[in-house]
Design a binder for this molecule. Structure first.
Ligand code: NAP
Length: 253
């Protein structure tokens, strides 16, 4: 049997939470992984863990909103691991507030990281994907795309990720590249822990309250998202493109 070459995946926001779990999972699936994040120490450690487990990885610090840093990071991954043909646009932030209290900075930062960051990353990686005539793009949306009090900026960004995904699927399909969005519900990470703190609840109480409203009666884990990302970047998912898949323990509209 001929062995297929190692494919290279890039995961943004891979320093912790969902991105870290996706990076570890793709490495276990046999991908060489570029872990990109603002937090250099975290991605260096994540890459070391993958290498210690027998995989290939490199950690690169960057701000996904900065075009120069994005291009340099993608080039570094290509030089160290090979042409990146899988991209997980996962880096994200929240700056929640009711509309009348939301600052321009809160709006710009959230739209910047999710939308501009994903645009810059995808523009850089598609050069390798179209050349290789194969690629997988997975974008992190959210159930907040359907509307969520206190999140006009974040819900606009996450709805934007869905339109972005569908257009990528249309433009890049002829190059063998698929693009899909995962829209998680409540996932236990530092992001949701920070929301609990902001509203003055313990994280345990916040998770229990959320779980009581979810049909499967639990909150999600980063591994729940990594499981789907693993499938969407596989060979077998090549006819699935332009989809938004809610991973929320129950149905969403
Ligand atoms: P998290 O624990 O806060 O991790 C997000 C990561 O993104 C952090 O490591 C962060 O770095 C990094 N990051 C932020 N801004 C960046 C930038 N400009 N450039 C590079 N890296 C940056 O969040 P998470 O819960 O894992 O969320 C991951 C993704 O899933 C996000 O897109 C989020 O919106 C989405 N999501 C999460 C949930 C949930 O319930 N947790 C639900 C739906 C969707 P620093 O820590 O150094 O800032």
């Amino acid at each position: 049997m001929t062995e297929s070459p190692t494919r290279v995946a890039i995961v943004t926001g891979a320093g912790q939470g969902i991105g870290a779990a996706v990076a570890q999972r793709l490495a276990a699936d046999g991908f060489a992984v570029g872990l990109l994040d603002l937090n250099e120490a975290n991605v260096e450690q994540g890459a070391k863990d993958i290498v210690a487990a027998g995989g290939k990885a490199v950690g690169v610090a960057l701000d996904v909103c900065d075009a120069g840093q994005v291009d340099a990071a993608v080039t570094k991954v290509a030089e160290e691991l090979g042409a990146p043909t899988v991209l997980i646009n996962n880096a994200g932030i929240t700056r929640d507030n009711l509309l009348f209290k939301m600052t321009e900075q809160d709006w710009d930062s959230v739209l910047g990281v999710h939308l501009k960051g994903s645009f810059l990353m995808t523009r850089a990686v598609q050069a390798y994907q179209t050349k290789e005539k194969w690629g997988r793009i997975v974008n992190l949306s959210s159930t907040s795309a359907l509307g969520n009090r206190g999140q006009v900026n974040y819900s606009a960004a996450k709805a934007g990720m869905q339109g972005f995904t569908k257009t990528l699927a249309i433009e890049l399909g002829k190059f063998g590249v698929t693009a899909n969005a995962i829209a998680p519900g409540f996932i236990a990470t530092d992001m949701t822990a920070a929301t609990a703190e902001r509203i003055g609840m313990s994280f345990e109480d916040f998770k229990a309250a959320a779980a009581s409203q979810i049909p499967v009666q639990r909150v999600g884990t980063p591994e729940d998202i990594a499981n789907l990302a693993s499938f969407l970047v596989s060979e077998g998912a090549g006819f699935i493109s332009g989809q938004v898949i809610y991973v929320a323990g129950g149905p969403k509209d």
